[in-house]
Ligand binder design. Structure first.
Ligand code: ZN
Length: 85
């Protein structure tokens, strides 16, 4: 399995997708997806977006990501600025 596929599997798992849905999306067999999940019950390098709570996958060697997208980043900071007065 490719690293990118593993990232998508983990992302979809975190968002509550079933193995069958993940397999269909990636054109893999359900067994491949299920055995990956069995071998990796814990998802590494995962943060939750501070704004919407969606899973954010950390890329190795890069700066830690706190938001899933730029829109979440700016809405979080806008909100916090207002809350701070
Ligand atoms: Zn977000």
């Amino acid at each position: 399995m490719k690293r990118k596929q593993i990232e998508i599997i983990d992302q979809m798992r975190l968002n509550g997708a079933k193995p069958t849905e993940i397999a269909r999306r990636l054109s893999l067999s359900v067994n491949t997806v299920k055995s990956h999940i069995r071998r990796h019950p814990d998802i590494p390098n995962i943060n939750k977006c501070l704004n919407c709570g969606k899973a954010v996958i950390q890329s190795e060697g890069r700066k830690q990501k706190k938001f899933c997208c730029n829109r979440c980043r700016s809405s979080y900071w806008n909100h916090n600025r207002k809350a701070a007065g």
